[in-house]
Design a binder for this molecule. Structure first.
Ligand code: 13P
Ligand code: SF4
Length: 382
């Protein structure tokens, strides 16, 4: 897959970083008072001062004011490939959410450090599968006996769950390669335990000719996931009951409404959307898939997009010869992605310039060892 290096905004050489020089740069609160008009120049100056010691990775759902400083922009797969490829930079600063920074830390070289500008940038989907619940689920599946299950976890999960997956012979996947990874998993076992996004698992498996009645949903709050042993034996894929609060907001009625209002518009949905929405859509695409499809479409074409609003708005701006709108007029924003503000970026960078690493993400050695096995399995399939 081709990776694009983005141009960094130009910066004047004279910009200084006064708070850091006075030794108060480690206090984030003082950055809330930095006037917006000076942030760009300060970020650019700190970035220039760090030069090749630093690489900034930015997910497509980040706001424009932040993602414009990324050296590499991408979806989860591209960014994990990039994190593994950046062996020279001392610091990998991740403009994304916690599980992405953790994945970069798992794949980094020993001398590198990974930074997440705001530690509150989590992911509600990743929080829906706790390692204790997953271990408990696994014990119960083993107790049923003879199921031959292989775990596959979406990138959007904790490092502990990735490690569990690696230890049990499974792999990580992203929305870009879920079908490829699930196909591989079926070559190793009879059943797949797909964590933690029910919708991505169902949408992908359905398009691999697995019938809906061969899929069951494991509810971690109920004994045996709320299922019977017979249901588990009939199932080919066991879907963890988890979802993305952003993508699950898109509903079939949004598809019907946008088609009524824009004759001939094409609907493209991310596979984290509900199955019913993906069934009605003209196309299904991972974040990178949506981007490629719309960019390559003919001038004059019209698209209603079921994914995070920052990407939709950017696509609209970058494709002025096409109509690109959100599938939900009420705006679907990922509030945790949005937590990374230019102030956080400026604070983290100026501290690095001053020799202080703030908000380092560090996965423990044992977890890293096994999580890396699961991530590298995915990267070797990609
Ligand atoms: P991708 O980057 O794999 O499309 O995932 C979308 C997402 O929700 C990231 O959090
Ligand atoms: Fe998590 Fe959804 Fe936000 Fe992605 S878009 S970080 S899955 S809440």
């Amino acid at each position: 897959m081709a990776l694009t290096q983005l141009e960094s905004p130009q910066q004047p050489e004279t910009i200084r970083v006064p708070e850091v020089e006075k030794g108060v740069g480690c206090n984030f609160d003082s950055y809330l008072l930095v006037p917006d008009t000076t942030l760009d120049a300060r970020i650019a100056a700190a970035k220039a001062a760090l030069a090749e010691r630093l690489v900034i990775l930015g997910h497509h759902y980040q706001r424009d004011e932040v993602v414009k400083f990324a050296d590499f922009r991408g979806d989860s797969l591209k960014l994990s490939q990039q994190a593994a490829a950046q062996t020279r930079a001392e610091f990998i600063l991740f403009c994304g959410v916690h599980f992405m920074a953790e994945s970069a830390d798992i794949l980094r070289q020993p001398q590198q450090q990974v930074i997440l500008p705001d530690l509150n940038a989590g992911c509600s989907m990743a929080d829906m599968a706790d390692i204790g619940q997953v271990e408990d689920c696994w014990e119960q599946l083993e107790a049923v006996g003879g199921l031959r299950v292989l775990p596959v976890t979406y990138m959007n999960s904790t490092a502990a769950i990735k490690a569990f997956t690696g230890q049990h012979g499974g792999s990580v996947c992203t929305s870009s390669n879920a079908a490829q990874v699930i196909r591989w998993a079926f070559e190793q076992g009879e059943r797949v335990l797909f964590l933690p996004d029910e919708h991505l698992g169902r949408n992908t498996a359905y398009r691999m000719d697995i019938l809906l009645d061969q899929m069951v949903v494991w509810n971690p709050d109920q004994a045996l996931g709320g299922l019977t042993e017979d249901e588990l034996r009939r199932a080919r894929i066991i879907l963890w009951k988890g979802y993305c609060s952003v993508h699950q907001r898109f509903l079939p009625e949004h598809v019907e409404k946008v088609r009524r209002e824009h004759l001939g518009i094409r609907v493209i949905a991310h596979p984290e959307c509900r199955w019913e929405v993906c069934e009605l859509a003209d196309d299904i695409g991972s974040t990178e898939g949506i981007l490629k499809k719309i960019s390559a479409s003919a001038p004059g074409s019209a698209w209603a997009v079921g994914t995070e609003i920052h990407l939709v708005n950017r696509l609209a701006k970058e494709n002025p010869d096409k109509l690109v709108i959100s599938l939900d007029p009420n705006v679907c924003v990922c509030t945790t992605m949005f937590r990374i503000a230019p102030q956080h970026l400026c604070w983290a960078l100026e501290n690095l310039v001053a020799g202080r690493v703030v908000n380092r993400i560090e996965v423990g050695d044992e977890t890293r060892r096994w999580a890396r096995v699961a991530l590298e399995r995915m990267l070797s399939l990609a």
